[in-house]
Design a protein around this ligand. Structure first.
Ligand code: BGC
Ligand code: BGC
Length: 804
């Protein structure tokens, strides 16, 4: 059972609490309370083991293909969090004895996970435990753990087994060769793991400190080693009210860490032996462990908490709401956006489940570019650039995918791992309830909009940040290569004298093998048009670079091809009678289905219990925002004036598609919130916003089992800032059309526009914008243009918004 109101005073709306433990409901807190710093991700499994637990430790970017017939995934590293404890021989487990008090909390402010338990063993010994844990934001390699134990009733003999356990798998798939294990000086442990296929070395170290009543004790442990495992067993005698402290500091390094890898020129000469690098890293790691040991948990935790304090000062998103959950949810979103993002290395992307579980195998999807990246584009240019550079590093493999499929240019993988891996979507998925066989996974072959989504993200990034250097170094090339892909992908229909895009899956994955998915066609059109504009721009801005690129990419010829193809690409028109844009060629002629049963369900994908994918293909039911995304995204571009995207058409499509959309993907609701705001339906938007926040935070205890929903977490930020805050890149300019829901008195946030942080305060009656620059800032509020320096306060009139 979750409680989000347990934080008081200066931690009000900062704390997620679980107040009752249930051994069959472990997944939720393991995921939503997971700890991470973009490098490491540690799922929050409890120290003592339970049957249903999922213990995961990931290092971003360490992909490995477990078996020949499996796709590459983020391997689950050796576990260092498990403590097996016995009290006078009785195993400590909340499944036995009596739990008098229990609370597990994640404090978002300090990113510390704690558990307080008062437990009575089956033989009646009453013990108080406090567990604490953090994954350092100050030192990306560090995990800190601390256990405090006090016997309330009897003298006890406490046994703790703690070590490094490499017997972990990814749902059965073993990714590592058995490596070296060591115990140093009877208190420190070391293990090397090497991934079987990608040959990445992982260096794990851990050290223990024991204290009774503040005094460090040298308690010689039993030293143990078995297959893939090394651990120490401590025995301690405790009198009632003795305060026992057990600290474990653990570090993780890998041979692909940027600071050690060839990729980073500083550390090594280009040629070095892998073995040397392990030796070097091992030496560094053990030296560091000693230093960390000297500092201890509290000092290291404080350094970590200070780092988080700076984070909270930089990324502000504050809401004064009658529902305190709203503020907590927005902090939850910021917390996870930081915890999931590999700000330290551009060779890495963000997994669809972040670093919180094995779901989607750590792969990156369009989730990043469309739902997560906007936060960084508007908040931290360097991180946004790093995430886009990851796609640049994947350009060669995207070209390979295009070629393998008979196309030109760059065709981005639906699922991506290491930049050089190319397409990594698995081939077989869930059970088909009709045939009893696994269903074929088609997106890797035919869900192609990702290529244009990346182009859109680059466009948005450059317009919002004004970073032209990125375009010169990477961006232009991606846009040109992706446009070339689309040009080669189009199919000529001699019947209509137009180009089609046949046999695809759009964002609505409930429709497989459709022709002319409107979203895909419009986005491909945008991609082609963008390439044309960028060639014009490059010719004008940097003739030399243009000539270089022309030589490499044959731009002049492609340019003519893009022009011809873009003009003749079929873009599904709004229907004359009601302005509805057909989602694809057949959607509007499919049978309608009463969806009320599925729309009101607590968990998603209920429709799969009644129909198989083939049957769902034949209903007017949409998994997630699809056609509606066209309005939200393309309105931000030079296509905003296109009549097909008018407010009237947008409104008509919202009314048509919202009732047919099940929001069965966590990527869906944020777009509907934003559009509902655009259309003045603020109450509906707020209702959907709450549902969006409940994707991971809701009462259901099993929907986050596979990991958190990274895109919905990004979507919470966009829903607040783009939806209620009304901030948008609109017709290439900044627009702020705020509309607070009834429940919100004030919304405050900061975002960056062309390099300048803008501090926004919105109330029901005013919009205040502050900038610390002497430059003029221009923006529009409900069609009116404003220019200011330093600060401006604009009264918001009732009805300033046109409603449809
Ligand atoms: C959604 C996709 C998404 C993927 C990963 C699927 O369920 O339909 O749009 O990219 O999950 O989050
Ligand atoms: C998603 C696809 C994904 C597949 C395999 C499905 O649940 O909807 O987008 O490619 O899983 O990861």
């Amino acid at each position: 059972m979750m409680n989000y109101t347990s934080g008081n005073g200066n931690i009000k709306n900062w704390v997620l609490s679980e107040e009752q433990f249930h051994p069959d409901q472990l997944g939720k807190c393991e995921s939503i309370m997971y700890l991470g710093n973009g490098y490491l991700g540690l799922r929050s499994a409890t120290e003592e083991p339970y049957l249903q637990e999922k213990r995961n430790l990931f290092v971003n970017g360490t992909f490995n293909q477990g078996e020949e017939n499996e796709v590459t995934e983020l391997p689950n590293l050796a576990d260092m969090t498990r403590f097996d404890m016995k009290i006078d021989g009785e195993r400590f487990s909340l499944e036995f004895g009596k739990t008098k008090e229990y609370v597990r909390q994640l404090n978002l402010k300090t990113a510390e996970l704690t558990r307080k338990i008062q437990w009575i063993s089956p033989k009646g010994k009453e013990i108080w435990f406090q567990f604490r844990r953090f994954v350092s934001l100050h030192n990306l390699h560090l995990i800190g753990m601390k256990l405090e134990v006090e016997s309330v009733s009897h003298p006890i003999q406490l046994t703790i087994e703690s070590g490094i356990n490499g017997q972990m798998t990814n749902s059965g798939s073993q990714h590592f060769l058995e490596g070296e294990r060591r115990v140093h000086q009877k208190c420190a442990l070391e293990m090397i793991q090497t991934t079987k296929e990608s040959k990445i070395n992982i260096i794990l170290n851990a050290v223990h400190t024991l204290r009774i009543n503040g005094e460090e004790i040298r308690n010689d442990p039993e030293m143990n080693m078995s297959r893939r495992k090394v651990w120490l067993t401590y025995n301690v005698a405790l009198q009632p009210s003795d305060q026992f402290v057990f600290e474990k500091l653990a570090t993780v390094y890998t041979s692909v860490d940027k600071e050690f890898s060839r990729y980073d020129k500083g550390m090594y000469d280009v040629e070095y032996q892998l073995d040397d690098s392990i030796k070097y890293i091992r030496k560094q790691a053990s030296k560091e462990l000693q230093e960390l040991h000297n500092k201890g948990y509290e000092m290291l935790f404080n350094q970590h908490a200070e780092k988080w304090e700076t984070i909270w000062n930089i990324y502000k998103l504050e809401v004064d709401s009658t529902e305190s959950f709203d503020q907590l949810a927005l902090r939850f979103s910021l917390y996870h956006l930081i915890a999931m993002t590999p700000a330290h290395d551009e060779k890495m992307g963000i997994g669809a489940k972040a670093l919180s579980g094995e779901g989607y195998r750590g792969h990156s999807f369009w989730d990043t570019e469309i739902f997560i990246l906007p936060f960084f584009t508007y908040s931290n240019q360097a991180i946004a650039k790093s995430l886009l550079t990851y796609r640049y590093l994947g350009l060669e493999s995207a070209k390979r995918k295009a070629k393998a499929n008979g196309y030109e240019g760059a065709m981005y993988p639906w699922e991506a791992a290491k930049p050089s891996d190319g397409e990594v979507t698995p081939e077989w998925g869930d059970i088909d309830i009709v045939t009893g066989k696994p269903t074929k996974i088609w997106p890797g072959l035919i869900e192609q909009h990702i290529t244009a989504d990346i182009a859109f993200a680059i466009y948005q990034y450059t317009k919002v940040t004004g970073d032209k250097d990125f375009l010169i170094a990477y961006g232009y090339e991606i846009i040109f290569e992706t446009a070339t892909f689309w040009a080669s992908r189009l199919e000529w229909s001699s019947e209509n004298g137009q180009y089609y895009i046949n046999d695809v899956i759009g964002p609505d994955e409930y429709k497989e093998h459709v022709n002319n998915n409107a979203y895909t066609n419009y986005m491909a059109y945008f991609n082609l048009k963008l390439a044309i504009r960028f060639v014009d721009q490059l010719k004008q801005d940097d003739k030399k670079r243009f000539l270089q690129m022309d030589k490499k990419l044959d731009l002049n010829n492609h340019y003519l091809n893009w022009l011809e193809k873009a003009e003749k690409l079929y873009l599904p028109e709004p229907r004359a009678k009601d302005h509805v844009i057909p989602q694809d060629d057949t959607y509007l002629s499919l049978k309608e289905l009463d969806l009320s049963k599925y729309k009101n369900q607590d968990s998603v994908r209920g429709i799969y219990k009644d129909y198989n994918p083939e049957q769902i293909n034949h209903f007017q039911v949409t998994k997630q925002a699809d056609t509606l995304l066209i309005f939200y995204l393309l309105e931000q571009t030079f296509l905003a004036d296109d009549e097909r995207l008018s407010q009237q058409v947008k409104s008509a499509n919202f009314h048509f598609y919202e009732p047919r959309t099940l929001h069965d993907s966590s990527l869906s609701l944020s777009t509907h919130v934003i559009l509902a705001c655009d259309l003045g339906k603020v109450d509906l938007a707020y209702e959907m916003f709450t549902k969006l926040c409940e994707t991971d935070l809701g009462p259901s205890m099993d929907t986050s089992n596979e990991g958190i929903h990274a895109a919905s977490i990004g979507g919470m930020w966009t829903a607040a800032v783009f939806g209620f805050g009304g901030v948008r890149l609109y017709q290439e300019e900044l627009r702020i059309n705020p509309q607070l829901p009834t429940q919100w008195k004030q919304l405050k946030f900061v975002f960056h526009w062309r390099g300048h942080p803008l501090h926004i305060t919105i109330t029901k009656s005013t919009l205040r914008v502050e900038a610390s620059t002497m430059e003029n800032i221009r923006f529009r509020v409900f069609e009116k243009a404003f220019t200011f320096r330093e600060s401006i306060e604009i009264p918001l009139e009732k009805g300033s918004l046109l409603s449809y």
